[in-house]
Design a protein around this ligand. Structure first.
Ligand SMILES: Nc1ncnc2c1ncn2[C@@H]1O[C@H](COP(=O)(O)OP(=O)(O)O)[C@@H](O)[C@H]1O
Ligand SMILES: [Mg+2]
Length: 222
């Protein structure tokens, strides 16, 4: 399980303080598909960065299986990020001059045959196995986002953080990418930020970020 306790994030803007998250408590069970909904500027990305250790809170804790990430030393923390976390962003941050397979391997903790084979079979499963030797700039937006999914999955992470992973795609491609992500994640926990509820299919756990809090929503979303 991953959780945050009394998590607060403020940004300093000159003399003003901008409160983004105020004493947020949220527990996420292993294997859950959590979707963070909320208007632009509500703090979805911030919450993803905090949970993934890319940003430090102003106060409060992030705990993995009960252990505060603040207690991890540098090596434990980098192992956590490299081996247990996968990241997918709206700007997918693929390396344009590397080949597709090499881009997937950027997410692998080691350059071993095991990971090379896993990278290729993920590309096969995602329907772009035949492009493994192509350069990123030769692919469409949807194909690039599949490469980003393969890169996030190659290390068999425990949790995938996806910040607006479908925002640059047309609706049908966005729906398909979300479906693929859920289909191939195995037992992985998924934490996705989006403002587009039209791509959801109802099996997600909805967490609404509003008024600086994270509120679990039950029942049908609208
Ligand atoms: N690096 C930063 N410095 C100052 N303010 C920031 C920074 N990043 C985000 N913010 C502010 O924090 C608030 C939440 O931003 P963000 O988490 O990106 O929201 P969302 O992803 O829901 O659009 C916004 O008011 C934004 O302007
Ligand atoms: Mg955002």
């Amino acid at each position: 399980m991953v959780e945050c306790k009394e998590l607060t994030l403020k940004y300093k803007d000159g003399h003003k303080e901008n409160l983004v998250l105020d004493n947020v408590d949220l527990q996420i069970q292993n294997g859950e598909n959590v979707v963070l909904l909320g208007p632009s500027g509500s703090g979805k990305s911030s919450l993803i960065y905090l949970f993934s250790g890319l940003k430090k809170p102003t106060s409060g804790q992030i705990l993995y299986d009960g252990v505060d990430i603040e207690n991890f030393n540098q090596k434990q923390f980098s192992d956590l990020r490299r081996k247990k976390f996968g990241y997918i962003f709206q700007m997918h941050f693929l390396v344009p001059y590397l080949r597709v397979l090499e881009n997937v391997l950027v997410g692998a903790p080691k350059m071993t045959a095991k990971y090379k084979n896993r990278a290729q079979s993920l590309l096969d499963e995602l329907g772009i196995g035949q492009y493994s030797g192509k350069r990123i700039y030769e692919l469409s937006g949807g194909e690039r986002q599949r490469v980003a999914i393969a890169r996030a999955l190659v290390s068999e992470p425990q949790i995938i953080f996806a910040d607006e992973p479908t925002a640059s795609l047309d609706h049908d491609t966005a729906v398909e990418i979300l479906k693929l992500l859920k289909q191939f994640k195995e037992s992985t926990t998924l934490m996705i930020a989006t403002h587009d509820i039209s791509i959801l299919d109802g099996d997600e756990s909805i967490v609404r970020i509003e008024h600086h809090k994270a509120v679990r929503e039950h029942g049908k979303i609208s």
